[in-house]
Write a protein that binds this ligand. Structure first.
Ligand SMILES: *[C@@H]1O[C@H](CO)[C@@H](O)[C@H](O)[C@H]1NC(C)=O
Ligand SMILES: *[C@@H]1O[C@H](CO)[C@@H](O)[C@H](O)[C@H]1NC(C)=O
Ligand SMILES: [Mn+2]
Length: 372
C-alpha cells in the first residue's frame, strides 16, 4: 500500500514537471533545466516581475517599427489620483491589484463554477504595464491616458476574426474611465455603461468642483456627466450598488436620468436578490455594446477598506462576483477596476485580492463573447 502511494506520488511529481510553465514575467514559457536536471522555473509563480495574474508583459507603447507581440485583451494601469474629492492613493492601485493577483496563474485558473480558464481560451491576454502619466497636471495626464488607449486599442489584434483589442484598465481614480470611454466610442460608437459604485459620478462639474475652474470640474465624480456631454454613452446605462448621499436631492436624480442612467441601489439586493440585480442590469443594456466600470467602493468597507471614498452598507465580494459572472452573454467592449488605494488596505490585502478577482471575472466576460 505504502509502495503504491510512493509510486503515485512519484508519478504525480514527474507529471507536475511536464507542465508548461506559465508565462511568468521573469521567465519564458519554456522550462529551464539546471545541470542537475532540476527545472528552475518549476513552481516559480512569484518569480520575475509582478504582472497581472503572471501574464506576459508586452511593451504596448512601443514605437513605429518596433517588434511587438500581438494581443486581444490588454491590461493597462492608469496611475492617476489627483482627481479625487477625498483620500488620495489610487495612483498605486495598478501595482496593488497586480500584487493581489500573484496567486492567479494560467495553468491553474480553472473556474470551479464554470469549468472555464480564461487564460487558456482563444484570447491572447497581456499586461502592458502602466500608462506614463504626469502626476503634476491632470489635464496633461488625461491627454496622455487618451493617447495610451488610442495606441493600445489601435494595434491589430492577435485574432484575425476580432480585429480590435479590448482593454481592462486598472485605476487610478475614477476620472481615468473617461479616457477608456473615449477609446471605446472611437471603435464601437456609443456604449451602455454598467457602473458599479456607491456614488452616482454623474455630477455636473458646476456642482462637484464648485465651478471654480474647468480643471477642478474634471474629477472622479463628474466623468460620467462629461462622457454624456461628449456623446460617448447611451441613455441605457445603469448604476449598481448606489448608496452614497446626494449633493442636491432632486437635482442629482434629474441630472442622472438626463445623463442616461437608471439606479440599482445597494439595498435592492435584500429585496430582489442577486438574480434580480442581474436581470435588471441585463434588461437595461441588452441591445447594445457594454462598458463595465467597477469602483471598488461598491463593496462594503469590510470587504474593500482600501479606497478613497468608502461608504458603509455595500455589497460583499461574493455578491459582486456573482453579479458580474451573471452578466455573461453581454458584449463587453471594455472594463476597469478603479479607486483601489493600497495604503488603506490591511496586511491580509483584502481589497487587493477582491480587485484582482473582479478583473478575473471581467476577463471571463470578455473572453466568453468576442466583439467585432
Ligand atoms: C495568436 O495568433 C497566432 C497566429 O494566428 C495563433 O497561432 C495563436 O493561437 C493566437 N493566440 C491565441 C491565444 O489564440
Ligand atoms: C435615448 O436615446 C435615443 C437615441 O439615442 C432616443 O431616441 C431616446 O428618445 C432617448 N431616450 C431618452 C429617455 O432620453
Ligand atoms: Mn466612482
Amino acid at each position: 500500500m505504502a509502495a503504491l502511494l510512493c509510486l503515485l506520488l512519484l508519478l504525480q511529481s514527474s507529471a507536475a514537471r511536464e507542465i508548461t510553465f506559465p508565462p511568468t514575467a521573469g521567465y519564458g514559457q519554456q522550462p529551464i533545466f539546471a545541470q542537475d536536471g532540476i527545472d528552475i522555473t518549476s513552481g516559480s509563480a512569484f518569480a520575475g516581475l509582478t504582472t497581472y495574474a503572471n501574464l506576459p508583459y508586452v511593451h504596448c507603447l512601443a514605437g513605429e517599427g518596433e517588434e511587438l507581440e500581438k494581443y486581444d485583451i490588454a491590461i493597462i494601469g492608469a496611475p492617476f489620483d489627483t482627481g479625487v474629492t477625498a483620500r488620495p492613493g489610487a495612483r498605486f492601485g495598478p501595482g496593488g491589484i497586480r500584487q493581489g493577483s500573484r496567486r492567479i496563474a494560467a495553468e491553474s485558473a480553472w473556474n470551479i463554477y464554470t469549468g472555464e480558464n480564461v487564460f487558456q481560451d482563444w484570447a491572447e491576454i497581456v499586461d502592458c504595464g502602466d500608462a506614463p502619466l504626469t502626476f503634476l497636471d491632470n489635464t496633461v495626464a488625461l491627454r496622455q491616458l487618451d493617447a495610451t488607449h488610442k495606441l493600445v486599442s489601435g494595434r491589430p489584434a492577435n485574432s484575425t476574426e476580432y480585429p480590435t483589442p479590448r482593454i481592462i484598465t486598472l485605476g487610478g481614480d475614477h476620472t481615468t474611465t473617461l479616457s477608456a470611454l473615449r477609446s471605446t466610442f472611437h471603435h464601437w460608437g456609443e456604449v451602455s455603461v454598467i457602473h458599479f459604485d456607491s456614488h452616482l459620478d454623474t455630477w455636473d462639474p458646476k456642482v462637484l468642483g464648485g465651478g471654480i475652474s474647468h480643471y477642478a470640474g474634471v474629477n472622479h465624480g463628474t466623468f460620467l456627466h462629461i462622457a454624456h456631454e461628449e456623446g460617448l454613452i447611451r441613455n441605457t446605462s445603469a448604476h449598481a450598488g448606489i448608496r452614497a448621499p446626494m449633493v442636491r436631492p432632486k437635482g442629482d436624480l434629474r441630472n442622472d436620468v438626463r445623463c442616461g442612467f437608471e439606479i440599482v441601489k445597494a439595498r435592492d439586493i435584500d429585496r430582489i436578490g442577486v438574480a434580480g440585480i442581474i436581470d435588471k442590469l441585463k434588461n437595461r443594456v441588452k441591445h447594445s455594446k457594454v462598458y463595465i466600470s467597477v469602483d471598488i467602493d461598491v463593496l462594503d468597507p469590510a470587504f474593500a477598506p482600501a479606497t478613497g471614498t468608502a461608504e458603509v452598507g455595500g455589497w460583499t465580494t461574493r455578491e459582486l462576483l456573482s453579479i458580474l459572472d451573471g452578466l455573461a452573454g453581454l458584449q463587453i467592449v471594455g472594463a476597469d477596476v478603479v479607486e483601489v488605494a493600497p495604503i488603506y488596505d490591511n496586511p491580509g490585502e483584502t481589497t487587493l485580492l477582491a480587485a484582482a478577482e473582479v478583473v478575473h471575472s471581467l476577463l471571463g466576460l470578455m473572453v466568453q463573447i468576442p466583439v467585432v
